[in-house]
Design a protein around this ligand. Structure first.
Ligand SMILES: NCc1[nH]cc(CCC(=O)O)c1CC(=O)O
Length: 304
């Protein structure tokens, strides 16, 4: 294969991530002609309704998968946290790139961190996971919906619609906006979305040539961690628009997984953590999910 076409969404973050993957592929395979195929997705176009109402985060993938099925593209680049726990039949993750920063960020022009917000401050996020954790730590806050790409969300913050917002550190850093991070929201007090910060390349399962090219970019340590996080999420429900947070860390051959299920409504949350062998991330994810369920996670998930 001498040419590789990569489908991508058109948001600035998606384009950055796909350009990054393209550059890494050219570096790994000198002589390979790598091209971008930018596409609009329903998830990008529909901004006035919640993602859950319009069919979940899979909407960001659909058009990219159709392009691969039409052979208009060979692979697609995604933020792995936006990828449903079960891939569509016929697709596989050809590579998961090394993750540098899985954490969420507190972003505010006026306030240094969550504790510095005055009572009743307006905080923007449409993520149930972020709302649930904000409710648990600061029940007084006025949580308001906020959708759109990273740049749109920052513009709404700067226009004064919110006192603070929560975004992923990874997205801000990739867009050259790392200076906007006022405080990191770190474990164990705050956990990110399963697979947050990890970039994945999706390929057709029956395309070994593309899969072989992509495999050069795979980072086994990151794959191990995100497999544990996604296995936990999968064992809890099967969708990806729920107040579930997870973070796995790998220390040599020991894998540690922290998990949380919260309620965006009233701030209740349950937490669990466990350690296991690095070669069994699925089992660890399932064990932490069982520990969360034993503490009543099901009632929180059903309440939304
Ligand atoms: N939900 C949108 C989304 N998908 C991935 C990222 C950030 C990059 C990443 O997690 O790899 C973001 C923005 C955000 O949550 O701030």
């Amino acid at each position: 294969m001498t040419r590789l076409r990569i489908a991508t969404r058109k948001s600035p973050l998606a384009l950055w991530q796909t350009e990054h993957v393209a550059a890494r592929l050219r570096q790994a395979h000198p002589g390979l002609a790598v091209e971008l195929v930018p596409l609009s997705t329903r998830g990008d176009e529909i901004l006035d309704r919640s993602l859950a109402a319009i069919g979940g985060k899979g909407l960001f993938l659909k058009e990219l998968e159709l392009a691969m099925q039409r052979f208009d593209a060979d692979c697609a680049v995604h933020s792995l946290k936006d990828v449903p726990m079960e891939l569509e039949p016929g697709f596989a993750l050809g590579a998961i790139l090394a993750r540098h920063d899985p954490a969420d960020a507190f972003v505010s022009p006026r306030f240094a961190d969550l504790a510095a917000l005055p009572p009743g401050a307006r905080v923007g996020t449409s993520s149930l996971r972020r709302q649930a954790q904000l409710r648990a730590l600061r029940p007084d806050l006025d949580l308001r919906d906020l959708r759109g790409n990273v740049n749109t969300r920052l513009a709404k913050l700067d226009a004064g619609e919110y006192d603070a917002i929560v975004l992923a550190c990874a997205g801000l850093e990739r867009l050259g906006l790392g200076a906007r991070v006022r405080a990191r929201l770190d474990a164990p007090d705050w956990l990110p979305a399963p697979a947050q910060g990890a970039i994945a390349i999706e390929c057709r399962s029956d395309d070994p040539a593309t899969r072989a090219l992509c495999a050069a970019l795979d980072d086994p340590a990151t794959r191990t961690c995100v497999e544990a996080e996604r296995a936990m999420n999968r064992a809890l429900h099967g969708s990806c628009h729920v107040p579930v947070a997870a973070l796995a860390t790998l220390d040599g051959t020991r894998l540690r997984l922290q998990g949380l299920v919260g309620s965006a409504g009233d701030g209740r949350r349950v937490r669990a953590q466990a350690e296991g062998a690095a070669d069994a991330p699925e089992a660890l994810g399932q064990a932490v999910a069982q520990a969360l369920l034993a503490q009543g996670a099901r009632a929180l998930l059903d309440a939304g």
